[in-house]
Write a protein of this length. Sequence first.
Lengths: 383, 201
Amino acid sequence: VRFPTVIFQITAIGKNTHALEASARSVLHWMRNTPRLAFRHRLWIVIEPGGYAAAPGLYDALSAAGAEVMVVPRNYTTPLGTTGKARALQYAVERRGELRLSNASTWVYHQDEETCVGEDTLRGISEFVQQERRLVGAGIILYPIDWLGSPSHVQELTRTYDDFRVLDSMTMPGNPTSGFHGSHILVRADVEDDVGWDSIGYAPAEDLTFEIRVRARYGDIFGVLKGFAYEKGAFSLGDQLRQRRRWMHGVVFALLRSRELNRRRRLTLLYSALSWFSALPSVVILVASTEFHYGPVLIATGVFTGFVWISMATGYVEGYRLHSEYVRRTVSRTRFVLHALVGALVDVVAPWYALVTRPSLGDFIPKDRPAPSDARVDRPLTT
Amino acid sequence: VEEAPDRGESSPPPERVISPYLEERLEVARVSMANLGRELRELGDRWEGLRVAAELLEQEIGNASAEVEYLAHDRADDDVDPPAPALARGAASARPAFAAPPATPAQGPEPYAHFTVARYNRTIGDLKGRRRRLAWWTVVLAGAISAVFVTFSLLAHEPTPVIWLAVLPAIWMIPVPFFLVSFLSTQRVLRRNHLDFPGDP
């Protein structure tokens, strides 16, 4: 019997201290309370000096509880000089090299600062590393923590349902609809450390760049990771907008700068971006139809209208149903629809907003905002 | 070597006869020696695995003890949280050691304590259970909505617009392949992957 090691790696600035503490403690809690896990674990918290300075006592306490806190030195630079999260991720890569952990029996589970794990997450990881059929795994993320039913939170529900599309695409040759995550992914350490996270300058969506590189070098080694990860959505529409802006900047960055991107993948990525960009003109053209008359053209477009509308509505309804075991707050149907429309409008505007604004290192999304007492995650009747 | 002859005075000098089995015995000994060396080397490798297995055993016994203790004493105090972790191994005992950072107030019991396999299985099981129904309803409703649109468009008998106006609705068609692929992908991943954990409630 030889168990692999799984490094639970939380990589963040480190200023959302409450969210980060919950994530770290969720790992410690479930490692102690989940039976039949066939791996050893380490918990790495990789943060920036500013994050550590915000709550040194907290990080010391987490160290005492079994976490390994790594503060990325201010003067640390990568060979290509990347900045932001990619820099911290590359630092962790180098630390694994120094500690001789870049091998086939070590795996890295990536968490954002608000990514809590559950019993199911650990069981999924255990099964994945035991099977060893795939070298990279990604799963479905729920957003039940501090769920308030606000427009940005309602919009987040659709991401969970969309994850099924992401998982299918990711495991298909060439990733035809460009699906991947930056968190709730499990990578064998030797693969991750071989590929690395280093880029020239700031990489706004380092996860997309990483996925492209892994696929280019190792081929289709992606598999489905069972179990959910549990996160929280952006608290405000502004945060939602800035988060989506970063994603779009990541896509543009990959299209323009990624040399590993083959022609087919470049086209699919371009199409994904184009689909997103088309949302705002679509709404404008719809509104304009009250003034202009498109005539017989509508006979052709009308054939597909039903499918597009139902697909979008299904995202909200099924997203909510997937969360129903975890969130208590009930939003009236009218409010739900209204919030969905507002949240969707932000997503409609986001790519254009990204086009007219520059990528920013300062896109710090607060995750520590207090939630009203009635919005807590539901408690189980039985466990 | 064969049985030693009688060493009496009258006996001729002993004649040493090599056993026909000597070579065979030596061969067996050589093989045994090689096996022993290999076993020793493998033992070294397996030692690490044994250590890990012992560690896991120790951890699980600790958890079981904590659970028994919880069931015996603490249940009345806390009827929702899962068993307390094995304190001797770390986390909870160190918790009061830090000063709370200047951010938000505490938000009650930790939410992650309720993220269990049972809930996961229920959620995934429900979705998989309604997969076909979901597909049929999507097709039926999409068809109904589209039929209404097309009917209205036909009944309107509008004149053909100028070309620059006519191309605009084409933008609505851009995401159609994406939504089609998404629909098929979701159905496929739910059909192909056994996402639940068998054997759990």
